[in-house]
Design a protein around this ligand. Sequence first.
Ligand code: NAP
Length: 285
Amino acid sequence: MQINGRTKTCGLIGNPVEHTLSPVIHNNLAELTGINMVYVPFKVENEVLSEAIKGAQALEIGGLNVTVPHKERVMPYLKEIDALAGKIGAVNTLVPCEGGYKGYNTDMPGLYRAMLSDGIRVDGENVILLGAGGVARAVAVMLAEKVEKIYILNRTVEKAEAIAQEVNGYADREVAVAMALSEYDKLPAGKYLAVQATNIGMYPKTEEAVVEDKAFYEKIHTAYDLIYNPADTRFMQLVKEAGGSAFNGLKMLLYQGIIAYELWNNISISEVQAEEIYTRLKEKL
Ligand code: NAP
């Protein structure tokens, strides 16, 4: 598509942004849907975040994604916050609104849509959530309304406890249980859906998994590793060796982008279009 006087500019603010795959998602979506839009990365240092938001508004930037380290820090500079983003406490998508931007979180609906697209059943499941960082917290908020139980396992058990307490408050039931990572052998008997939300196994430390004990993996029928580089993590390999199915986080990345694109352009992306972008995304990994 030729850039011209009517081209809408969207982009990503974060630091670093050099390795982002988001331009692949959005520029291919623009081509596929015939929308005159271009998507570019903007490296934004912490000290100039508020100026960046004001500048984006002045330049009439048509939409922004927000990544590390600004997902929480950007919230005070927004005109409005969507209810789910407020609950999660982090935004990754800004949509122009009267007088500024409204913040949304498309990471979690993105994960849910990715799981559905992969045929993963979430509702009524018993879930092992590995990790209690920013993303694990959001995953717990998203799952709390849908699943039977969430066992949050983390190296620093206090962080798992804080999330469990918060989520149980929202859900108004004892849906989340905090455990130390080392206590995985105390999980009640049964088969679980597992979500791997730690950094372990991410490139370049691809030979690592959050738990090495093969007995742990016997408990997992399906696993979703939020890491997508490498595409086949050691965690996923261990799940598959124990007879379970395993998926990486690339579809979550895809769908968080698709939902942002839908918000910016007020359109719906079909499953066929999503598959096409997914193919192009995999080629770039
Ligand atoms: P974070 O806030 O830094 O949390 C990191 C988590 O990993 C914590 O639970 C931490 O445990 C645990 N951890 C780190 N090193 C560990 C070790 N050596 N042993 C045991 N646990 C360890 O990170 P985040 O922002 O939540 O991101 C988590 C993952 O999600 C990353 O791998 C990221 O790539 C992925 N992600 C994927 C997508 C996607 O679209 N697919 C989007 C966002 C993020 P402690 O609390 O004990 O430190």
